[in-house]
Unconditional design. Structure first.
Length: 193
């Protein structure tokens, strides 16, 4: 019964399980993982582009609020100080370096190669509770807070799972789980004797 429920949740069938036992993926699994990897790459590129756009807008806002009024004031001593040799070069460097670093980080994440080799872990199931720090952008008091998470421990691996998993994969039962690491996905699983 628990294996049938797990097949529904993780979307695998006997053909998937058979291929995973041999360390292989079915075409269905390959297609899903390829699409998932492309989707993650697009998200990283999109977020990187948004961050770079925001960084590029900051100098424009600074210029519009500070430099533009100085230039329009007609003071002849202001314009030479805004040249590349004056305040401009330091300002450009202070803005360009963070933009390059942020864009580089997101570009590296977007171009990270997929690791869709089938991995497995086997052993007796243990559940433990832990905490993880999550971002709370809507809170005015704290940008981060800790949440309680359930870990399924199997062999030397620890997976974060929903509480309902305790009803499907029982503690102290022996299981083997097949998964990929990047993008992470539970592929299939079976109870062992």
């Amino acid at each position: 019964m628990s294996e049938t429920k797990l097949k529904e949740i993780w979307n695998f069938d006997d053909a998937d399980l058979g291929a995973n036992r041999l360390g292989k993926l079915t075409d269905k699994q390959k297609n899903f993982l390829t699409g998932e990897h492309k989707s993650q790459s697009k998200v990283f590129l999109g977020v990187g582009a948004v961050v770079v756009f925001i960084f590029l807008c900051l100098p424009l806002l600074f210029g519009a609020r500070t430099i533009l009024p100085l230039v329009l004031s007609g003071d002849e001593n202001v314009i030479p100080n805004l040249s590349v040799g004056g305040i401009g070069l330091g300002f450009v460097a202070a803005v360009a370096v963070p933009i390059a670093i942020v864009f580089g980080i997101y570009l590296l994440r977007a171009n990270k190669k997929a690791d869709i080799s089938v991995k497995s872990v086997e052993g007796k199931v243990k559940y433990t509770w832990g905490t993880k720090r999550v971002r709370t952008p809507t809170s005015s008091t704290s940008k981060w807070h800790d949440v309680k998470v359930l870990h399924l421990n199997l062999g030397d691996k620890k997976f974060e799972v929903k509480e309902s998993m305790q009803e499907i994969i029982k503690e102290d039962d022996a299981w083997i789980i097949y998964y990929t690491s990047y993008p992470f996905k539970f592929l299939s699983a079976e109870k062992t004797k």
